[in-house]
Design a protein. Sequence first.
Length: 101
Amino acid sequence: MTTGPGHSDDTYKRTKSQGALNWGCFSIKQRRLIGGYLVGCYVVEDFDGDRSGYEHWNYFAMCNHGNKSSGVDTRKDAIDQAKMSMDYCSTCASLFELHKK
Ligand SMILES: [Zn+2]
């Protein structure tokens, strides 16, 4: 797991090296509920992918299947969304079903 301050090239370099799909990731973690699959939290203004629909938000979470959560205002909300990737990614939902006891 790698987490650091947002708006930081150093953080973004570290999260990329840990497997983050895009630039702008301030936290990347293997999520236990989905069998250790990676989900990241991103700063909208530093995200180097498609930001359409997120311009008015500060953050979102995105699993490494490339599916994004809804936009949120705070880091804490982004991390909460990172735990819920089964709600916005059908592949994560399948992983969740596979790994739940
Ligand atoms: Zn996913």
